[in-house]
Design a protein. Structure first.
Length: 395
């Protein structure tokens, strides 16, 4: 399925006009950015990737059934692939993965075929070289459909999974099932666990986002959820007119959520400003999605199926990335402009796209010329990860 789609992506991408940094399908003010560094190591296509909460570690999985991990700050001084640790996943490749929210020495992932939860431990965080190993504590889930979201809360000792057809399961780290419930939404498109908060959010094709608490009541921050205490819906974010394609949390402000919908709108929510389920969270702002991005999302549809639409947001700079098909757009919300389009080389369906090293000193980076500098790390249906760099004030 993956390899059959690759030719279709190549056919849809417009070739450069001959003028460097421009493209026949984009306005002249939008620069087409090529990757600065190709991070090699996998022997087959990248299937999933994730960034640790503190932004220092990056992990990727591949169809070659391996998991790689490296330090993100190494890519600022490396012109080639930095040192990475690697280990096999045993029986199947990972289709979804994430670092533990409160302990970045652990990575959790789900296998594509069996929907089994796998755990990986990273050691050597304070030494020169990392190491990673697959722990012998796999957990079988009851999911019968593709898992779109996995998260691990070490402090609560639980791992959360959600599948396309609205089933959410919570398992204790010892393997016992804590809870299974339906979100009563249509097909699920996106989900994430909130950093520093015992919450997780699920977005669906019903144009809404539901936020669930892992705690039974207020003021129970140290409580561990038991079988007899079901999870409660904390709040319901409604306001989009059609299906939500992606949602994410601010990296700097806990409880602030960004959502992108097929209604052509990007909305910002603050779930901290509410007290009961019935009380709507504060909506901080709305933006019309630029026509370039809407076209990329429309063009990304293959055989009637919408591929993963990826969203990341760096609230300190106001930069948002939207990935669809083989393209990633860097969008400045403060000025409502798009200056850069990152295009995978060769054009491939993007599986992951995230800002990296945005808060670090980038004096050694070629993109440091003042203004808003950015770095985006992309994993596509190819053997390597691709790093892109730029500044929003580039001509």
């Amino acid at each position: 399925m993956r390899r059959k789609s690759q030719k279709k992506w190549e056919d849809r991408v417009t070739e450069p006009t001959g003028e460097e940094g421009t493209d026949a399908s984009h306005p002249s003010e939008v620069r087409i950015v090529s990757p600065t560094v190709l991070l090699k190591g996998h022997k087959d296509n990248v299937s999933a990737a994730c960034l640790s909460r503190d932004g220092t570690l990056f992990a990727s999985a591949s169809l070659d059934r391996s998991v790689h991990c490296f330090r993100t700050f190494d890519i600022d001084t490396c012109k080639t692939t930095p040192y990475f640790a690697s280990c096999p996943t045993a029986y199947d490749y990972l289709s979804c993965m994430a670092f533990a929210d409160d302990d970045h020495s652990y990575v959790v992932g789900t296998s594509a075929g069996s929907q089994t939860i796998h755990f990986f431990e990273i050691s050597g965080l304070l030494s020169e070289k990392l190491s990673i190993k697959h722990l012998d504590k796999d957990i079988a889930t009851d999911h019968r459909d593709r898992i779109i979201f996995v998260a691990m809360k070490s402090s609560l000792r639980v791992v959360i999974t959600a599948s396309v057809k609205t089933m959410v399961q919570v398992h204790a780290l010892n393997g016992s099932k804590v809870a299974t419930f339906e979100t009563k939404q249509m097909m699920l498109n996106s989900g994430f666990s909130m950093r520093s908060l015992p919450l997780f959010a699920i977005a669906s094709q019903m144009s809404d986002i539901k936020v669930y608490s892992l705690l039974p009541s207020k003021g129970a921050a140290s409580h561990r959820v038991g079988r007899d205490e079901p999870y409660r819906q904390l709040c319901h974010l409604s306001g989009h007119a059609s299906s939500i394609l992606a949602c994410c949390e601010s990296g700097e402000s806990a409880g602030v959520i960004l959502s992108l919908s097929t209604d052509g709108m990007l909305k910002l929510w603050d779930i901290n400003v509410r007290h009961e389920v019935e009380e709507a969270p504060l909506r901080l702002g709305s933006w019309s999605i630029p026509s370039l991005v809407q076209k990329a999302i429309k063009d990304a549809v293959l055989d009637g199926q919408i591929p993963p639409i990826l969203l990341d947001w760096h609230s300190a700079t106001g930069l948002v990335l939207v990935a669809a098909g083989p393209l990633v757009y860097c969008w400045d919300l403060e000025t409502a402009t798009i200056r850069h389009c990152c295009r995978t080389v060769p054009p491939r369906l993007i599986q992951s796209a995230q800002f990296v090293n945005m808060n670090m000193n980038m004096q050694n980076s070629p993109c440091k010329r003042g203004g808003k500098s950015w770095q985006i790390l992309v994993g596509a249906e190819d053997k390597w990860l691709q790093l892109y760099r730029g500044t929003m004030d580039e001509a």
